[in-house]
Design a protein around this ligand. Sequence first.
Ligand SMILES: [Zn+2]
Length: 389
Amino acid sequence: MQMLLNNRGRIILIVIALAAVVATIAGAAALMGVREAEAEPSAPTLAPTPAPTPVAKVELPATGVARIPDGGADLWLGPDRDPYFRIHEGMALPFLHRSDDWLLVTTNCNDTAWVREEDVTVVAAGENQPVGPEFDVSQAVIVLDPGHGARDWGGVGPTGLAEKAVNLDIADRVRQLMEAPRDVDWNSGSVAPGNSVPSFGDVVLTRDVVGPNEGDFEANLGFRSTMATAARADALISIHNNTVPRVDSDIPGSEVFYSTAVEDSERLAGIIYEELLLSLSPFDADWTGGELLGARARLDPDTGEDYYGLLRRATVPSVIVEGVYISEPDEEALLASGEFRQAYAEAIYRGVLRFLTSTDVGAEPNRPEYFLYDAGTVSGDVCTVPAQP
Ligand SMILES: [Zn+2]
């Protein structure tokens, strides 16, 4: 009996000891799991942007844009690790790094994740052709950035028209103009089907109507600028409309903000401004404007760098276009019409085309100003990566 008790006691002790070991292992595994889960979304550490090299197109571009096809694509914790999320079809995600057939993409929330190249369609990065009459438009890569999205409506008109939706539609119209061969009437500004200008090589939208919620999703500023960097775009055009004018104006109060970080941005802004005036002036409105018109730059007085994050991060010629004032009744009514949006889109099309294929200087830019106010932004604390339904 004593013997049995002893044996039973030993067995119980061994069972308890084993249970403790198992619990310890399980606890450690759970902790590791938690660490992995936490580490992934908070790892926006991006590889440094490779210097643009004017070499012939290589088979496997180190940077570029991954388009998510119908059915979505898996995001992975790492090559040969685990998929953890299926991202929504129709999105375009920039990648700044690749490892064999794996691409390290940046999501719309500016997190990084891996995708398999075979699961996406890669838009090769641009070739950084020199601008001028020899420029080959059929190889151009353009990034169009419709401002705002989701909770961030941007400006809102007196009848409730949301800037985010107007910007998206104008960007989509610019894309359609660029994706087919065209004839351009430089006197009237009209852009029609034709053969004198080929289709642009690749046009990428940061928010795309073929994407989640028809393009109405959050897009972090870092994600937007990374798109242009990864695509080695020939131009980044961020499309907006303004609020709170300062003055009445005889002409449209268009403003085009240029990046002081990339020299050619100033010329891009001046040319787009000229084309906006050509396209928008024929419309009838009690125009309003800001304290300045035309090509402008705003600097942070503390750092001397561009005030706007998108322009501060620029690595390619970059502008923010503020076409007209959505906060004013006449201008909101114009922005509600397809005819006006098309004219706005044609102006951007011609502006980009002239920038790339000519040596025109465009309207003389205003000198950079120190910006002493806070433009105000919607907090980026909450951001959702859209899941494939
Ligand atoms: Zn805006």
